[in-house]
Design a protein around this ligand. Structure first.
Ligand code: RTP
Length: 143
């Protein structure tokens, strides 16, 4: 099972890429994709298509396209559900203090990270962010 995580522009600008990655990799999840990129308005709108009727949609697209993001594909047991727990609630003030959002931010509109919310959405988002497919990351034993 795999999921898509995105470190949003504020997470990148605040220098939180390494501590965020560390949370997932030290838990035991496997890296299958990693990209540092600027997101087009079209790409951001496709990613958040489900929220297009929300009043905050315009601001959300502006936020996600305001600077480079890091897109991450992670694989492992129950990774979709577990990554959401590690990330914490959408509103950082309601997030468990031990979660990423609980530890690093305070504004719902600047909540530093995204994680796919269902297995079905994870598949769609992985296809959107990693259309070339995921990287084989089977451990190799060197002698
Ligand atoms: P994400 O998709 O970014 O992982 O966030 P989520 O599932 O926890 O929450 P969702 O409801 O899908 O909202 C997507 C993102 O929109 C921004 N938001 N702003 N101003 C507001 O009331 C508001 N509500 C949501 C947040 O950046 C949220 O992560």
């Amino acid at each position: 099972m795999a999921t898509e995580v995105m470190i949003k522009p504020d997470g990148v600008q605040r220098g939180l890429v390494a501590p965020i990655l560390e949370r997932f990799l030290s838990k035991g999840y496997t890296l299958r994709g990693l990209k540092f990129l600027n997101v087009s308005k079209e790409h951001a709108e496709r990613h958040y298509a489900d929220l297009s009727s929300k009043p905050f949609f315009g601001g959300l697209i502006e936020y996600i396209t305001s600077g480079p993001v890091v897109a991450i594909a992670l694989e492992g047991k129950c990774v979709v559900e577990q990554a959401r727990k590690i990330i914490g609630a959408t509103n950082p003030l309601a997030a468990d203090p031990g979660s990423i959002r609980g530890q690093f931010c305070i504004d719902i509109g600047r909540n530093i990270i995204h994680g796919s919310d269902t297995v079905e959405n994870a598949q769609k988002e992985l296809a959107l962010w990693f259309p070339e497919g995921l990287v084989d990351n089977t451990p190799v034993l060197y002698s």
